[in-house]
Design a protein around this ligand. Structure first.
Ligand code: ADP
Ligand code: 5RP
Length: 556
């Protein structure tokens, strides 16, 4: 019998990639990647005139279609696979990443009329300018004694659907009027492939405040925030939601022209990027926390019980795998602030050294940082360059490096930034444990888990836990491909359930990171200092970060 393949299409923050995988073994044939031509728009629209205020982060949906074509056609051609043998496709996407679309499902920013209106574009997950709307939701929910925020760690994040739509209602009523529906980019790509609008319970559950039994927040609640928000769900957000593992549809003519895939190929209901990595790392039982480490880090955990943990991003029934409560927590800025550092704070001398050694700047700084002893630099940092997602849920917090002197070196700062993210992860783990959610093992996947072994050792030393690594350079895309194989089903050579796919296709490396006792002892001390700073600046001891932000905003 001919080999059967499935395809995972992974839309990250910076780029999109397609991964071709053998269905029976999970062996990765190869991948193809393409960066978004407009990247993340944080300062100006593509017209090069319309400036964006602080905390905005937009993307261009044109890039999603361009990348879809490039990566799918690219991978099929490069590895010369007969499309007859590709049985299923899965799509994952960052979230909450939403597009306002018209009645024909065309993004409003494609319309000449709205090209210079920032609200007509995609609001990327890390668009944090809806914080004041999230604050309103939290305030009114508290006053009314609403119970739904408990499922989201007690606080609704500015990254999510409802605050983002509220921002559009207030700041661009003409865009709100012209919008037929607000749709997650992952669901929109599935529509482009199949012609079917099959919204995913994963996006709706974690990012849309949707609950399997209770639905979205009620009209009464939304109306209590302000009358103008009362009908937003009914008018502009589809309530037709489908579980993970379902088939959304089949590649249609448009999908075939876009991708080169055969009409009739099964397409799975879309999934959030981080969530897709869980089955890829072989996790289908409770108590194993997976960190998906890239631009940001998402912490995923399965459990059988619904235990309320303050400050986590969400817990959703069947949200990751069927028959489990899927818990998510996260750090909004991990690779992103290493990226910021290497882009803005590196001297000519280091750049020349990279050229001489023919390595990139991350590798050079990591090499130098690995020679430092724990605590030797005298630095400590807070990892809030992009706000704090867990456990403080506050996008208005900012980054901090303490202990700098005239002898501080770039690699010391780089290491302090790595350590800050490890401390942030320990805060999350400790909070889960404190509230009775068991974490017995730690797993890691994503770009950084593969690329930076110093960082993984630091995480092991800080958390004092073994860390197992998913044995795929593209864990997220692998997970999506697995959902593609499930959408195809056993009759077509795929699987009936994601658990069967985990059994055959998932991958974990044999070697793992073990904590080094002496390092852990010093990190315990440093973590106590981190906690002091964390609580002082993040829990109301001193709101200087917010006051500085207010002054900054007064200039816009
Ligand atoms: N060797 C490295 N060590 C640590 N961080 C890195 C390294 N190389 C790249 N990065 C950071 O990793 C992030 C990209 O992660 P990746 O997993 O490839 O993408 P994404 O999060 O978009 O899916 C960028 O923010 C970049 O600054
Ligand atoms: O909130 C998310 C998942 O729940 C985002 O999708 C994620 O934080 C962005 O992912 P990446 O760092 O891989 O670009």
């Amino acid at each position: 019998m001919e080999k059967k393949y499935c395809l995972g299409i992974d839309y990250g923050t910076q780029s999109c990639r397609a991964l071709l995988v053998e269905v029976d073994t999970g062996n990765e044939i190869g991948d193809y990647e393409q960066s978004y031509p407009h990247a993340v728009m944080e300062e100006v629209l593509p017209d090069n005139i319309t400036k964006l205020p602080p905390d905005w982060a937009l993307q261009h949906p044109e890039d999603y279609l361009y990348c879809l074509s490039t990566v799918t056609k690219g991978v099929l051609e490069k590895y010369n696979v007969n499309t007859e043998d590709v049985i299923g496709v899965g799509v994952d996407f960052t979230a909450c990443t939403i597009i306002p679309v018209d009645k024909n499902m065309e993004p409003l920013c494609f319309d000449e009329k709205y090209k210079s209106n920032p609200h007509a574009y995609v609001k990327l997950w890390k668009h944090h300018a809806a914080q004041k709307y999230a604050d309103k939701i939290n305030e009114v929910a508290k006053k009314r004694g609403e119970t739904f925020p408990k499922l989201y760690g007690g606080k609704i994040s500015s990254e999510w659907l409802i605050p983002k739509v509220m921002q559009i209602i207030d700041e661009a009523p003409e865009i709100y009027e012209a919008t037929d529906q607000f749709i997650e980019a992952g669901d929109w790509v599935v529509y482009k492939l199949t012609g079917e609008v099959k919204r995913s319970s994963c996006f709706a559950g974690y990012k849309g405040l949707w609950h399997k039994r209770n639905g979205y927040p009620t009209k009464e609640f939304l109306g209590a925030i302000d009358e103008k928000y009362r009908n937003m769900v009914e008018d502009k957000i589809s309530t037709d939601i489908y579980p993970l593992g379902d088939k959304a549809g089949e590649i249609n003519q448009v999908g075939m022209n876009l991708t080169g895939l055969k009409q009739g190929t099964a397409v799975a209901v879309a999934i959030i990027d981080a969530h897709a990595a869980v089955p890829a790392a072989g996790i289908c039982e409770k108590s194993k926390m997976l960190m998906i480490m890239g631009t940001s880090t998402c912490h995923m955990l399965l459990n059988k019980d619904e235990i309320i943990v303050p400050g986590i991003a969400g817990l959703v029934e069947d949200g990751i795998l069927p028959d489990f409560i899927g818990y998510e927590a996260g750090q909004a800025c991990v690779g992103d602030h290493f990226g910021w550092f290497v882009k803005n704070c590196i001297s000519e001398k280091y750049i020349n050294e990279c050229k001489e050694k023919d390595i990139n700047i991350h590798t050079l700084l990591t090499e130098k940082a690995s020679k430092l002893r724990v605590g030797e630099s005298g630095l400590i940092a807070l990892d809030w360059w992009n706000g704090n997602r867990s456990v403080l849920v506050d996008a208005d917090l900012t980054g901090l490096i303490m202990g700098c002197t005239l002898t501080t070196k770039p690699e010391e700062i780089y290491r302090a930034l790595i350590e800050a993210t490890a401390f942030g992860t320990k805060m999350i783990i400790d909070t889960f444990k404190e509230y009775g959610v068991e974490i017995k093992e730690l797993y890691a996947a994503g770009g950084i888990a593969q690329k930076n072994s110093l960082m993984m050792q630091i995480y092991s030393d800080v958390t004092n836990m073994d860390i197992h690594i998913c044995d795929s350079n593209q864990a997220v895309a692998l997970g999506s491909a697995m959902f593609g194989a499930v959408a195809a089903g056993r009759d077509k050579g795929g699987y009936d359930t994601i658990i069967e796919a985990v059994d055959k296709m998932s991958k974990v490396k044999e070697e793992y990171y073990k904590p080094i006792r002496e390092n852990n002892e010093i990190y315990e001390k440093l973590f106590n200092e981190y906690k002091l700073l964390h609580d002082y600046f993040g829990r109301g001891g001193n709101d200087v970060m917010k006051r500085l932000k207010d002054i900054k905003l007064s200039y816009k």
